[in-house]
Each structure stands twice: as C-alpha cells, then as structure tokens.
Design a protein around this ligand. Structure first.
Ligand SMILES: [Cu+2]
Length: 128
C-alpha cells in the first residue's frame, strides 16, 4: 500500500515533467509578416492545446502581433516576450520570435499590427 506522503511526493515530482511534455508536443504555427500584411491573416487554435507560434518579419518595417484579449487569456510560457503591458509581441525587421502558448477559451479574438492597422494589417484568431 502506498502511503499518502509518498503519493503526494510522486504527484509533485510528476507535474514539471508533464508540463515539459506539453511544450515538447507543441504544434508549430508560423505567421509571416510583410509590409503590411499577416500571412496568413486568420489563425485557428484548439482550446487547451499547446502551440509554438513562430512570428517571422520578412518586411523592412517593425511589425507587432497585437492581440490583447488572446494573449491575456492564453497561458504563455515565456512572458518576457510580451510587450506593451502584455498586449503584443514586437518583431523587428528580418527577425523572428517564437512564443509557446496554450490556447485559451473558445471564441473569436482580434489581431492587428498596432503600427499598420490603418493600412489594413489586421487579422483574426479563432479558438475552437
Ligand atoms: Cu506592421
């Protein structure tokens, strides 16, 4: 028979491994940013699933993945990659940012580039 303390220890030791597993199994999703568009401009995620979101800026201008509601509701592994109070991710020209996240509750979320929404650099996110 396993004593309660042993069981508790086993649980504590198992949790970090399971979290690591979750990130290791993250599905890659790539968004390319050009001047001034998201490609693709619509993203679909599944609630509770882990993703590695790769944001590549192929443009000459800085672009931002501005999705306040989506980013705030998601579980973000590397919160240090978030800018402007957690509302967006800044991608300098010719660089990329990889961010691991777990998709939040089902729904529709806005996506824009805060610098170029005036030029139609907008998109959308759906979580199923
Ligand atoms: Cu932009």
């Amino acid at each position: 028979m396993i004593k309660p303390l042993t069981l508790a220890l086993l649980t504590v030791m198992t949790l970090p491994a399971r979290a690591a597993d979750q990130w290791a199994q993250a599905q890659a999703v790539t968004v390319v940013m050009v001047d001034n568009r998201f490609q693709p401009d619509h993203l679909t995620f599944q609630q509770g699933k882990a993703y590695e979101l790769r944001l590549e800026n192929h443009g000459k201008d800085m672009h931002e993945f501005t999705a306040p509601a989506f980013l705030k509701a998601s579980t973000i592994r590397d919160k240090g990659l978030l800018a402007n109070g957690g509302t967006d991710i800044v991608i300098q020209p010719g660089t990329s940012v990889n961010i691991f996240l777990i998709a939040p509750a089902k729904g529709a979320y806005d996506l824009v580039c805060a610098d170029h929404d005036w030029d139609g650099m907008v998109g959308s996110i759906t979580v199923d």
